[in-house]
Write a protein that binds this ligand. Structure first.
Ligand code: PRT
Ligand code: ZN
Length: 293
């Protein structure tokens, strides 16, 4: 009989491991370790976590061993090569593990558009993504597939260019390389398989998705409150970043001024506060949001 618990595959150790656990905890799921360091059990919901290599997460989900996975979009995209469509679906981006898959070459390389890659060797651990990029641009470069440490390939004369993930750019800098093209924007995503869930697991699955959405939406979101001249309202709404219709309430004993409350979906910078102040707003408060649904 199939298990009555929902299974989520996460990275065991590495760049996404801690942040995946943080997300799950922020969604209110209490974790206890089980099976050594291979799994966690959620105490307050019928959910278990499998801790595995990130490269195996798509297989776990595609085979139905896990119902969901948390993995880099780059790993998913590298696996899906069109011919081998395993029906994996990206449910939502999770806002961490951001990076770009870039083409880079030694500084000083004259990159005259992607055509400059014709006839060159490009080293990568992402041969499928690179092949698709080259094909879409009708380019003819040789792909040198490596297992890691791609950034040393030009120095070892193994390739003239590389195609690798970049986040801060420090690795490229340290190796005298420069990025020219981004072929994929990546971050950690929640992935699910193509199959239907057992009815008794659907509630847990809906709750995972809704709570993750809440956590992701509240990250960076702020609750902004202020008093403002009624006449400045249109201008204030323009200035507030990513705010949906703000709440406007009267101020006792003041006909010309109102209180404005708004949820801003984007960062609120000091510049924004200064711009608000310039419209005549006062008592401006910016508060963090803990949960949002
Ligand atoms: O052991 P396991 O197989 O599970 O882990 P792994 O070693 O294959 O993966 P890991 O933990 O390195 O990365 C997991 C995921 O993190 C990746 O699949 C990406 O989705 C995401 N991620 C985000 C990154 C980076 N940023 C990143 N910068 N993955 C790798 N890098 C590497 C990159 O390959 C290069 O070597 O970091 C270097 C560049 O970093 P910067 O900061 O110097 O630009
Ligand atoms: Zn890996």
């Amino acid at each position: 009989m199939k298990s009555q618990r929902l299974h989520i595959a996460i990275q065991k150790s590495g760049r996404l491991a801690e942040k995946s656990l943080d997300l799950i905890r922020a969604a209110g799921f209490r974790l206890t370790r089980s099976a050594g360091d291979l799994a966690y059990s959620v105490e307050n919901a019928p959910i278990d976590l499998w801790c595995v290599r990130d490269d195996d997460i798509p297989t776990f989900v595609a085979d139905g061993v896990a119902d969901f996975g948390i993995v880099g979009r780059n790993v998913l995209a590298e696996r899906a090569d069109g011919a081998n469509d395993d029906g994996l679906v990206e449910v939502m981006p999770l806002g961490f593990g951001r990076c770009r898959l870039c083409i880079a070459a030694p500084e000083g390389f004259v990159y005259d558009g992607a055509r400059g890659l014709n006839g060159l060797r490009v080293a990568t651990t992402y041969p499928n993504l690179l092949r698709r990029f080259l094909k879409a641009r009708r380019l003819d470069a040789d792909i040198v597939t490596m297992r890691g440490a791609v950034e040393v390939a030009p120095r070892l004369k193994l390739a003239e260019a590389i195609c690798d993930l970049v986040s801060t750019g420090a690795t490229l800098d340290a190796n005298g390389l420069e990025a020219f093209e981004t072929i994929l924007e990546s971050e950690a995503v929640l992935v699910r398989g193509a199959g239907d869930l057992a009815p008794e697991l659907r509630r847990a699955a809906d709750s995972v998705v809704a709570r993750f959405k809440g956590v992701v939406a509240s990250q960076g979101a702020k609750y902004v409150m202020m008093n403002a001249p009624r006449a400045a309202l249109p201008e204030i709404i323009e200035i507030l970043p990513g705010a949906e219709a703000p709440t406007v309430t009267p101020l006792a004993g003041r006909d010309d001024a109102v209180a404005v409350h708004a949820v801003c979906q984007e960062s609120v910078f000091w510049e924004t506060l200064e711009a608000l102040k310039a419209t005549g707003a006062s008592a401006i408060l910016v508060l963090p949001i803990e949960k949002m649904m």
